[in-house]
Design a protein around this ligand. Structure first.
Ligand code: C2E
Ligand code: MG
Length: 723
């Protein structure tokens, strides 16, 4: 300072009187007293001087203000006890006494105190001894700063840091902070766990490429650079994260720019939530929406989707035709009913796998539901391609399937529809393939048919009939006709076979083939069958009374598989027999050969109850199923009715005649009676008589007759006038 002053004096020449006053003023300014005053009144601090007893010698304006004094001089002689709570004042006093005793200053001590106005504050105080010229300590002086604001900020920061740490340690989501070069600066514990780290700090300085597969790391880096460049966040982006070991995690990630206090972007931070479970559930749902859970084949929805695609493609010129094959497993219901649903399911899965083997790449096999499948042939040249696939499917499916120790032979009926400009929607094509399939089934199982327009008309008629069946039953439109069964020897009427007819109000008298398959399908066969049984028993009981004979007149009633498997069969049968007073021993139930053998297990109890009731059981259509006679014997039936195809073929060749002879001889050896069905001519009757066939039935004697005509026939027979 002194040197500076000297220099300025040298540079500036003396300015006479005015120079002298400046000098004087400068002298005043440099008085220590003045300098101290200036320091004390302008420093942003509380400053005081105290004597050795702690009494104020002097305080600055700031401190006077704090003490509520107008003039700092008013503090002189007072002590901290006059201004602070006793506890604080005592502490200050002790500190000062310590300084006086030891001479050691207290530097930048942080302490909490209460101001005279009641505010609780933090101060940093430095206290020093005041020494007399001889070195004795005669008092203390101190400078103190109010650091309350700083303290509050510090505390808030610590609290925030603590909150952030708690958050980062406990949230289940992955949270990260990255610098401008996408290096981790901080990650949450959940993210550390995901990275396989023991501690989040281990990630610091690393990048995504240290933890993820390269493609994901690169994508993440690009995203972060975009966020940094644009300042715009990426919100809830769903991404598939792949790890180096190939494992995959789905995450919903939000990335935001990280800014400094001047709002400059210095990095990014992000939060990402593991949504793998949600994604998997979504995938499962999507799969379930388009795939059949049993066979894992595409379902109806996906099949329709493929067809839609082909329909769109067909709009383009020069596109190839395509075809739909509609498949239905023959006699699936029998397997399901007799071997159980598990076996049924197993059969469907086996068929599904066999169908897949038969396909060409690009073709779609789908399961529509139940035992129905479709094959969509994407590219064919003409119908022969579709027929070829149908044949391949039929032979591929026909190998025996082992189900719970039983070998089951199965076939499929296939309907084929070819693409045509007339089709507007895939549903129409599927409908026609379905119609053709029904036709194939009606002709005989294990066949295929290509759709044509007449089938459609037929299908429409069938549909109408189906809806009318229920009403027909309610309105009593079903009648029972009776066809006589005659003893070969003596030509006596032994009984009748009850055959149902539908007297349709518009179509007239309908034969069973026009409505029975539909009644079977809808289940109406069961109530309809009980109606036939009741009528037949009632009429027979009446005829027995009006035309007594020995043995008494018998009645045969046909039962389909659905009827004989009906749980109420025995109860209802007892009820009908009691109601119509028919002797159970005069009732015969005719069940088709395949129904009995196909359901042997399920029927065992029912057959035993029938025997207990003395109701007879006959095998209908015998010979159509190539079943072994041994199995027939095991079923303990009473008689067989030889299918009329044998009688018809009998005269065609000597081999056929031999076959009939063999059937009659063998069944008689097993102790079973044989009735021959479909006798139309006198020659047939003679041959059957030679073969020792006991009873016959056929147009030669009578067609099925309504009850009145049947009674007349019986009356004539009893009076010895049968043809
Ligand atoms: P089914 O039990 O084999 O009945 C004999 C069928 O052969 C009858 O046909 C009868 O009219 C016909 N028929 C009889 N004699 C001759 C003949 O000499 N030549 C020819 N060509 N046919 C002859 P229908 O009445 O049309 O019955 C067909 C089938 O419908 C029956 O075959 C039977 O399986 C079923 N069915 C008829 N009524 C009932 C019923 O009430 N319940 C059940 N579940 N099925 C029935
Ligand atoms: Mg019959």
């Amino acid at each position: 300072m002194r040197k500076k002053r000297k220099q300025s004096r040298e540079r500036k020449p003396d300015r006479g009187r005015s120079g002298a006053s400046v000098k004087a003023r400068r002298r005043v300014l440099l008085e220590p007293e003045h300098l101290l005053d200036t320091l004390m009144d302008t420093a942003p601090a509380f400053i005081y001087f105290k004597d050795a007893e702690g009494r104020f010698l002097r305080i600055n304006r700031a401190l006077a203000g704090l003490y509520g004094l107008k003039d700092p001089a008013d503090a002189i002689g007072k002590s901290d006890f006059d201004f602070y709570p006793a506890e604080d004042a005592a502490r200050f006093h002790n500190d000062e006494q310590e300084i006086i005793r030891t001479g050691r200053p207290i530097v930048a001590k942080e302490e909490r105190g209460t101001y005279p106005d009641g505010r609780v504050v933090w101060n940093t105080t430095t206290k020093m001894p005041i020494r007399a010229p001889d070195g004795r300590i005669v008092g203390t002086f101190g400078i103190s700063h109010d650091v309350t604001a700083l303290k509050t900020t510090e505390k808030a920061l610590a609290e925030h840091a603590n909150l952030l740490k708690t958050l980062m340690d406990n949230v289940p989501d992955s949270i990260y902070f990255k610098d401008a070069r996408s290096r981790f600066t901080y990650i949450s514990r959940a993210q550390a766990r995901m990275f396989g780290l023991d501690d989040p700090s281990q990630a610091v300085g690393k990048t995504d490429s240290d933890f993820f597969a390269p493609e994901h790391a690169e994508a993440a880096l690009n995203d972060e650079q975009l966020v940094m460049r644009t300042g715009r966040p990426i919100v809830a982006k769903e991404e598939k994260e792949t790890f180096p070991d190939g494992s995959v995690r789905w995450a919903s990630t939000t990335k935001l720019p990280l800014r400094d206090k001047d709002d400059r972007i210095i990095g990014t931070f992000g939060i990402s939530r593991d949504i793998t479970a949600v994604k998997r559930a979504e995938e499962r749902l999507a799969y379930q929406a388009f795939y059949d859970p049993l066979t894992n084949l595409p379902n109806r929805a996906l099949c329709m989707d493929r067809l839609e695609h082909l329909f769109r493609r067909a709009q383009r010129p020069g596109s190839n035709p395509f075809a739909v094959l509609y498949l239905d497993v023959d006699r699936f219901k029998e397997v399901n009913d007799s071997l159980g649903h598990q076996a049924g399911d197993q059969m469907l899965v086996t068929i599904a796998r066999r169908l897949e083997v038969c396909m060409r790449p690009g073709d779609t096999v789908a399961r529509l539901g139940g035992d129905e499948f479709t094959v969509v042939l994407e590219q064919i040249h003409d119908v022969s391609d579709a027929l070829h696939v149908a044949e391949r499917v039929q032979s591929g499916v026909s190998a025996p399937i082992a189900l719970g120790g039983v070998e089951v032979f199965t076939t499929v009926s296939i309907g084929i529809a070819l693409s045509a400009p007339a089709y507007e929607k895939p549903g129409e094509m599927l409908r026609d393939a379905d119609t053709a399939m029904y036709r194939a089934k009606a002709i005989g199982k294990g066949r295929h048919e290509v759709f044509d327009a007449t089938m459609h008309e037929r299908a429409v008629t069938l549909l109408r009939i189906k809806s009318e069946l229920g009403h027909g039953l309610d309105r009593g439109e079903f009648e029972v006709f009776y066809q006589p069964m005659v003893a070969v020897a003596g030509r006596r009427v032994l009984g009748f076979e009850a055959l149902v007819r539908w007297r349709h109000p518009q179509r007239g008298l309908l034969a069973p083939c026009d409505f029975l398959p539909l009644a079977e399908e809808t289940g109406l066969i069961v109530p309809m069958g009980y109606h036939v049984l009741r009528q037949a028993c009632r009429w027979t009981s009446g005829w027995q009374q009006r035309y007594p004979s020995e043995p008494p007149l018998r009645i045969s009633v046909n039962l389909s598989s659905r009827q004989i498997l009906d749980k109420e069969l025995i109860t209802t049968l007892r009820q009908i027999l009691a109601e119509t007073t028919l002797n159970p021993a005069c009732l015969t139930l005719e069940v088709a050969e395949q129904t009995i053998l196909g359901n042997a297990h399920a029927l065992a109890a029912t057959l035993a109850e029938l025997r207990a009731l003395s109701v007879k059981l006959h095998i209908d259509d015998f010979g159509t199923c190539y079943s072994s006679l041994g199995r027939i014997r095991d079923m303990q039936v009473d008689a067989v009715k030889m299918d009329r195809s044998f009688v018809e073929a009998m005269q065609k060749s000597s081999e056929h005649a031999e076959l009939v002879r063999a059937i009659v001889t063998l069944t008689r050896k097993l102790g079973l009676d044989v009735t021959a069905a479909g006798v139309e001519t006198a020659e047939q009757l003679v041959r059957l008589q030679e073969l020792k066939c006991a009873s016959v039935q056929g147009f030669y004697f009578a067609v099925p007759l309504d009850a009145g005509s049947a009674e007349q026939f019986l009356a004539r027979s009893r009076s010895g006038k049968t043809s």
